[in-house]
Design a protein around this ligand. Sequence first.
Ligand SMILES: NC(=O)c1ccc[n+]([C@@H]2O[C@H](COP(=O)([O-])OP(=O)(O)OC[C@H]3O[C@@H](n4cnc5c(N)ncnc54)[C@H](O)[C@@H]3O)[C@@H](O)[C@H]2O)c1
Length: 269
Amino acid sequence: MPAPRTVLLTGAAGGLGTLMRDLLPAYGYDLRLLDLRPIEGEPDAIAADLADRDAVREAVRGVDAIIHLAGISLEAPFEKILKANIEGTYHLYEAAREEGVGRIVFASSNHAVGYTPRPRGDDPLIPVGTPRRPDTFYGLSKCFGEDLAQLYWDRHGLETVSVRIGSCFPEPTSVRMLSVWMSPADGARLFHAALTAEHVGHTVVHGSSANTRLWWDLTSARALGYEPQDDSEPYAEKLIAEQGELQDGNEAHAYLGGQFVTDPPIWPY
Ligand SMILES: NC(=O)c1ccc[n+]([C@@H]2O[C@H](COP(=O)([O-])OP(=O)(O)OC[C@H]3O[C@@H](n4cnc5c(N)ncnc54)[C@H](O)[C@@H]3O)[C@@H](O)[C@H]2O)c1
């Protein structure tokens, strides 16, 4: 596969999209931007809803690959998740198939497996093949996206790397995040690896930095050529002093999905 150059970035106005707009061009990508919302300083960005199949098809035409970040990124009523995350992702995959785009990097989430108990003590790291245990309709939509990716690989030969992102923010802001944090620079490294690795078929990877308190296994991400450079540990002392260690009796500390397992799921998590 020739290295992709023109890449459609969906969800480009969002938090992660904004970080990647800053970081990915240094890898040589020419980004085409799409979002529901206009993006300040980006007059060429495509303002489109994933519900608009014609607009989505036009947006993917001629790109080498897609990084798919667009969608609802928190828990929401099922009908909203259905439209943006489930139908919207289906529209994107159909458009990619119709236009012959060979590779998608799909922003999946730890919330696809959010009811997985967090490892404690000497427990092994969570493998990427751990059973799906979505913690929300949001997490369920990420399970759908991963399965859609598998279908489009098996049936149509369209490759995907599904990245189960932990928390990608400039700094970790909670004790939980010390385990699942992905620095923006590592996020760009991982997306670059996911865009350029050969023969990925459909590969699921965990998306985080090389955190000292890591909960999950990064083997499949490293197999793509991803070499994380960051670790949340320098933030640990301050966060633990402010918030305390994770507590055994606290439901929001018991599972991978953190606050998303509580009712209602609370932000920030
Ligand atoms: N940021 C993280 O740490 C994290 C963790 C796990 C997964 N993810 C996933 O990564 C992606 C980006 O996350 P984020 O934090 O930047 O979220 P965000 O909410 O900041 O950005 C999402 C963007 O998608 C756009 N969008 C929503 N519905 C759309 C539609 N129907 N059509 C077109 N655009 C639409 C929004 O306008 C928004 O700009 C999401 O899919 C999210 O589920 C992020």
